[in-house]
Design a protein around this ligand. Structure first.
Ligand SMILES: [Zn+2]
Length: 141
């Protein structure tokens, strides 16, 4: 447990949560500020701030469990679509410093807004240069 982490407090039973699922590596509970009924957070049991320190197996479990919850949302009619969303870093919208995956059921005309202002696309050379840099960084991991 990391002190002052609300998700660790929920995982340790010190703070209440409305639990949806639990596995060896991850736990899912409802967001207390849902954007739609069924909005669920999938959280690794082991505290990690974000993607840099998240155990890759825990990350895989977040997606695996998130996928199952999305299917359950569909089956229950809570979702006509689903967004999986993970904010990594404050500029990306992260507010709780324990990595978590949002499973957001969507309905037509809901209040969720995902907005992107696309610039003009780069040319192929620009894409290839960024891809080359990413390949190099991946080799260093
Ligand atoms: Zn934590």
């Amino acid at each position: 447990m990391t002190r002052d982490c609300i998700f660790c407090a929920i995982l340790d039973g010190e703070t209440e949560g409305s639990f949806v699922a639990a596995t060896e590596r991850a736990v899912a509970f409802l967001d207390i500020l849902p954007v739609a009924p069924g909005h669920t957070l999938v959280v690794p049991r082991r505290h990690a701030v974000g993607l840099v320190d998240l155990d890759p197996e825990d990350g895989a479990e977040l997606f695996r469990l998130g996928q199952q919850i999305a299917v359950a949302q569909w089956e229950l009619g809570l979702a006509a679509g689903v967004n999986l969303f993970l904010a990594d870093g404050s500029v990306a919208g992260q507010e709780i410093w324990h990595a978590h995956l949002h499973v957001i059921p969507r309905q037509p005309d809901d209040s969720v807004v995902l907005r992107v202002d696309y610039d003009a696309p780069p040319d192929r050379d620009g894409l290839d240069e960024v891809a080359r840099r990413l390949r190099g960084a991946l080799e260093e991991l």
